[in-house]
Design a protein around this ligand. Structure first.
Ligand SMILES: N[C@@H](CCC(=O)N[C@@H](CS)C(=O)NCC(=O)O)C(=O)O
Length: 389
């Protein structure tokens, strides 16, 4: 029989409290279990009140769950015991990770290694940088040779799901591009028909190149090397008409050529290359540490907390979002197995995301890359970190 009816039932317990609910409906009461009885209209008012109470109660549950002690992290334990973070980086790519003449490493990826060491070991010097080429990088992480891979690595589905690895976020939004000699007078990638193109094996760029030229019915001759220095040398010697890799890497590599002005980067980006740090799958706490170090850098920029003003913010800021970031309110370090001032250590070590970007890739560097897609979401970019609360 179809008609208006109300149901009342005991729907179980939430957080140790017994919860009952009543619902109004105009569907098919005959299809309902017999134990649900029809009731007077007043029940529908009760229904609303109880639904609201139920919803309010349900809202409390995630908060209670988030206060649980996280399971131990094998990687965190090993890093603490060793007293050093083993970080996989590029063999030498200015702006991302490159050795300097004092035996140190610079670049945004190297800074990310330092940021994690600061959060975990409270010491940016306690990083061992392990230079890895494109082909070796994933094996080094899988085998445990490195605790973290912070090496201009594109987040793709197969790398994130079939290698036993996990990407923690995007430190730089990039895309595949092409560098050629200006003297060739090319305007677009499509003008590269019949060209020989140098690239590195084990990279997404090698695959993107094949896809793009096949899709557009353009012929080309791939010239593939295992090491970046070989790719650049082959391009430089004229063995290839063009060289392809991520746009940021071309900007960086172009500056190593003798006559920089003779070379140009074609305007198109032919793929999405979201570059990010990678950890091993299955160590949830370590993954969270790496992810939230990156988010702390982004949140710090959004909230105006810098390497320089961090102490002043700690002493004077009344802003609850800033106070949570700086460990002055809440127990957010506990959730990732770290001290509550974990983010302060990160910000003091490498600055906020904007500072790290400008110093390594932007206005403070030779690369002078505009923020573009890597601007914060509130400035029209893609960089967006979930809030700390
Ligand atoms: N983002 C791409 C490319 C990364 C990559 O390995 N790029 C090369 C070309 S610039 C590189 O950094 N090579 C340095 C090396 O292997 O030492 C990927 O993840 O596959």
């Amino acid at each position: 029989m179809r008609g208006r009816f109300w149901v009342r039932g005991n729907i179980g317990t939430i957080g140790g409290l017994r919860v009952t609910a009543e619902r109004g409906s105009a569907l098919y009461p005959d299809l309902l279990p017999a134990r649900w009885e029809k009731g007077p209209r007043i029940a529908s008012v009760m229904c609303c009140i109880r639904t609201v109470l139920l919803a309010a109660l349900a809202c409390l549950i995630p908060a209670a769950a988030s206060a649980q002690t996280p399971p131990a992290s094998r990687t965190l334990d090993a890093v603490i015991k060793r007293g050093v973070l083993n970080c996989g980086v590029n063999t030498g790519l200015a702006g991302f990770s490159a050795p300097d003449d004092k035996g140190g490493w610079t670049g945004i990826d190297a800074d990310f290694c330092r940021a994690v060491a600061a959060a975990v070991l409270n010491d940016t010097a306690k990083v061992k940088y392990l230079p890895l080429n494109a082909k070796e990088r994933f094996t080094a992480l899988q085998s445990g040779e490195v605790d973290l891979l912070s090496r201009n690595t594109t987040w793709t589905m197969s790398r994130d799901t079939s290698l036993g690895l996990a990407f923690v976020g995007v430190i730089y939004y990039d895309g595949s591009a092409f560098m050629t000699r200006k003297s060739l007078g090319l305007k677009s990638v499509k003008d590269l028909a019949g060209a020989s193109i140098c690239t590195q094996t084990g990279t997404t760029n090698e695959l993107v190149l094949a896809d793009y030229f096949a899709t557009n019915g353009i012929t080309y001759k791939p010239v593939v090397f295992e090491r970046l220095v070989e790719v650049l040398a082959a391009y430089n010697s004229g063995r290839c008409d063009a060289m392809t890799t991520d746009s940021s890497q071309l900007i960086s590599e172009r500056l190593r050529l003798q006559n920089v002005d003779e070379h140009e980067i074609l305007p198109e980006l032919i793929s999405k290359e979201p570059l990010g740090p990678v950890v091993r799958q299955g160590d949830q706490q370590w993954e969270s540490i790496a992810r939230w170090v990156l988010f702390a850098m982004l949140n710090a920029e959004e909230l105006g907390v810098t390497q320089k003003n961090a102490d002043e913010m700690i002493a004077t800021s009344p802003n609850p979002e800033i106070r949570r970031l700086l460990g002055l309110e809440g127990e957010f370090g506990k959730g990732i197995g770290l001290a509550n001032d974990w983010a302060v250590r990160v910000i003091k070590a490498v600055g906020n995301y904007g500072e790290a970007f400008e110093r390594n890739l932007g206005t403070g560097s030779r690369l002078a890359i505009p923020r573009g897609k890597n601007a914060l979401w509130k400035d029209g970019g893609l960089q967006y970190a979930p809030p700390i609360r």
